[in-house]
Design a protein around this ligand. Structure first.
Ligand code: ATP
Ligand code: MG
Ligand code: MG
Ligand code: MG
Length: 439
């Protein structure tokens, strides 16, 4: 992609309204633009990151056995009356009346819709277990939308819903998601710690929040440092292995870790002092088991092997991709800008032409771009007629993992410069050697 043809509205000034670094950098790097309070447009560079985050989430959801679908964002109030949540949900719900005076709403979550879909077609235990997920926009009329896409009103959520015949089955479904979440956050370059959490308005009795430690986090959390060095379950993990998954979850819940609602100071005091960590955290994921809370009132029943009908046991499992983009920046930036982890970088390489219009330099850049793209790398080629300083600043600000710097002086000696954004390390090499170095 040539930058001259792209759409990258970067800002030189730091926007005053942005209180935290990720919000400042997302605005400055041209990732998003606020359209109304807590409502953002995702600009091309931001959208590429968001899509990469979703790709990692999808890969791990699919690996764990979940199946993707897509539900409507606008839902009927009727369904929410069936579950009893329509009144209870309160002001966070954006309520809409259509031209026929029907009460609708913009979904803040989708337990009711998925339960309706399930009950319409599943009748027997033989069709279980099932886990259905979607990645879709949600709306919550947050009292205090802030910190950019960290707490917005319209936001993207991956929400999965599991259906099992009994509690033991549901426990395994929960464990699948628990392990999938560990892998997802690690795949995004983050250290997320599962913490015992309150179940809130969704209800139920088994719940963990996945928390990233960050000084700007809105949650107060308490945990054992040991988790920071725990091993992430490998891609070869067998998700059908019931005791195997339980073993992983047992290990990952063996030490103290709780959010403030669930915090027990006496139990925390027993953690060795050197391991005790009380910090701020960002909730990036949340998993719940809530049994028959929705299936019972909404009549989502299946027949068991004994021929008796009973309500299915359900769980729901959320991740916030749009919040994650901000959380990743909170965890990975420096004074010059964003430092994207490789897995979510919007492009792999920033190709910087130091002398646009110079035939040799233009030619070398075109060749390098073609060579890297043919090998499957994505390249953002800065072919703008700008000073080198401005190009370097843009490249650092948008944080692509590699910068390839091409100018007439180096080319005269057959060399280009390669810079690793994360470390600032530089080396010079022949253009033909770039690919081997980057792969
Ligand atoms: P919070 O405590 O931050 O308000 P929540 O507990 O209300 O979040 P859940 O209902 O558990 O959120 O939703 C699942 C996930 O959706 C959260 O873990 C988070 O990653 C994401 N999420 C929730 N609210 C927002 C929001 N306003 N903006 C961006 N992401 C959000
Ligand atoms: Mg909330
Ligand atoms: Mg919460
Ligand atoms: Mg939550």
């Amino acid at each position: 992609m040539r930058l001259s043809r792209y759409f990258l509205p970067t800002l030189r000034e730091t926007p005053k309204e942005a209180e935290i670094v990720s919000h400042r950098l997302m605005l400055r790097a041209g990732l998003v633009r606020q359209e109304s309070a807590g409502i953002y447009a995702w600009l091309p560079l931001g959208l590429r990151v968001l899509n990469k985050v979703c790709a990692v989430i999808r890969e791990e959801q699919d690996r764990s056995g979940a199946v993707e679908l897509l539900m409507p964002t606008v839902q009927s109030a009727e369904l929410w009356r069936e579950s009893g949540r329509y009144e209870a949900y309160g002001k966070e719900m954006l309520r809409i009346t259509d031209r026929h005076e029907r009460e609708m709403l913009y979904g803040p979550t989708a337990e009711e819709v998925i339960t309706e879909i399930f009950r319409a077609s599943v009748r027997s235990y033989k069709d279980l277990p099932k886990n259905l997920y979607q990645i879709s926009w949600k709306f919550r009329d947050e009292v205090r939308p802030r910190f950019g896409t960290m707490r917005s009103r319209e936001f993207l959520m991956k929400d999965a819903y599991s259906f099992d015949l009994d509690q033991a089955g549901a426990r395994h479904a929960y464990n699948r998601m628990f392990v999938a979440y560990l892998r997802t956050f690690a795949g995004l370059g983050l250290k997320a710690i599962p913490m015992r959490a309150d179940t809130g308005p969704i209800g139920g009795d088994l719940s963990h929040e996945f928390i990233i430690l960050a000084s700007t986090g809105e949650s107060e959390v308490f945990c054992d440092r040991a988790y920071l060095d725990f091993e992430i379950p490998p891609a070869t993990t067998d998700f059908e292995d019931v005791p195997g998954l339980q073993g992983i979850v047992d290990a990952w819940t063996s030490h103290y870790a709780a959010t403030d609602e669930m915090h027990e100071p006496d139990a925390f005091a027993e953690v060795p002092e050197a391991s005790r960590l009380s910090a701020r955290g960002i909730e990036v994921g949340h998993i719940f088991y809530f049994g028959t809370k929705y299936s019972e009132p909404m009549g989502a029943k299946v027949t068991g092997p004994d021929g008796i009908e009973r309500p299915v046991h359900m769980g729901s499992y959320g991740i916030g991709p749009s919040r994650l983009v901000a959380a990743i920046i909170e965890a990975s930036h420096d004074e010059a800008g964003i430092v994207w982890p490789d897995a979510v970088a919007p492009f792999d390489v920033a190709l910087i032409n130091l002398k646009v219009g110079d035939a040799a330099t233009d030619g070398a850049c075109a060749e390098i771009q073609a060579q890297l793209e043919a090998a499957g790398m994505s390249v953002l080629y800065d072919d703008r007629d700008e000073r080198p300083g401005a190009k370097f600043a843009t490249a650092d600000l948008i944080g692509l993992p590699w910068q390839v710097i091409v100018g007439p002086k180096g080319l005269a000696e057959g060399r280009v410069e390669l810079k690793r954004r994360a470390t600032g390390e530089r080396e010079t090499l022949a253009p033909v050697d770039l690919l081997a170095r980057l792969k």
